[in-house]
Design a protein around this ligand. Structure first.
Ligand code: ADP
Length: 235
């Protein structure tokens, strides 16, 4: 029997203040229910609120109103250590700009989240190596990020996002900086990881072709999430 939703978002609102102290109402009642292992794309104009939504799902920021539950846990009620623990154990983030640690090797970049979670060094190294193999850059393990191509850097960022075996991968424009064929290969990799590891994948993108490869497709416009195809379920 399927759950009511692995990720359930209800009536989510988010405001910011602009430089003049005016309220910017970015999310205006977003609703979404996602099952485990689904792949979801969210498109929308620049400034529509895609990153905002992703940050709220990943507990990097707090909503003004509404709720997000993940696996039955009310994300907005988490704070401090419990919030960090939830993020470390449940969520992997992949960003357009990879935020890799430039002074560390590819292998060390993947090991870093494992160290932070206080795993021992040796098994950690083997796991990190397996992740580099999974994303196809094992032979680059000792390279620094600056010695990798854009596509390889994004693969590395994906391997790092998987370091602590998350259930959910949140990807914010992961192909935004890549040429078309490299971007497609990164997208294929994300879909393969979804199939093989059972990851739930939420992808913010400007790329129609990649968005169309996800099982559920949405558009964020005027602060609301609308289905991008008529047969997609409840937005
Ligand atoms: P997208 O990812 O769709 O390009 P964002 O979620 O980054 O959109 O931003 C949505 C809107 O909110 C934009 O107008 C942006 O300028 C504004 N915004 C984002 N973060 C902040 C912030 N911390 N303070 C004020 N305004 C913000």
């Amino acid at each position: 029997m399927s759950e009511p939703g692995f990720i359930v978002i209800e009536d989510l609102h988010k405001h910011y203040l602009d430089g003049q102290g005016n309220e910017l109402h970015v999310l205006r009642g977003v609703n979404l229910a996602i099952q485990r292992k689904e792949t979801v794309s969210v498109m929308g104009a620049s400034g529509a609120g895609k990153s905002t939504l992703l940050h709220l799902i990943g507990a990097l920021d707090r909503a003004g109103r509404g709720s997000i539950t993940i696996g039955g846990l009310e994300v907005s009620s988490l704070n401090g250590d419990s919030c960090a623990q939830f993020r470390n154990e449940t969520i992997g983030f992949v960003f357009q700009f990879h935020h890799l640690l430039m002074d560390f090797s590819a292998l060390e970049n993947v090991m870093m989240p494992m160290w932070i979670k206080a795993k021992r060094t040796l098994p950690c190294q083997a796991q990190a190596m397996a992740l580099l193999e999974a994303v196809g850059i094992a032979e680059r393990a000792s390279h620094r990020p600056s010695q990798l191509s854009g596509g390889e850097q994004q693969r590395l960022a994906i391997a790092r996002a998987l370091a602590n075996q998350p259930q959910i991968l949140l990807a914010d424009e992961p192909t935004g900086n890549l040429d078309e064929s490299t971007g497609q290969r990164v997208s294929d990799l994300l879909l393969r990881l979804n199939r093989e590891l059972g990851l739930t994948l939420i992808l913010m993108t400007h790329n129609h072709q990649i968005a169309a490869q996800m099982t559920r497709q949405y558009v964020l416009e005027q602060g609301r999430l609308n289905s991008a195809k008529p047969d997609s379920a409840n937005a």
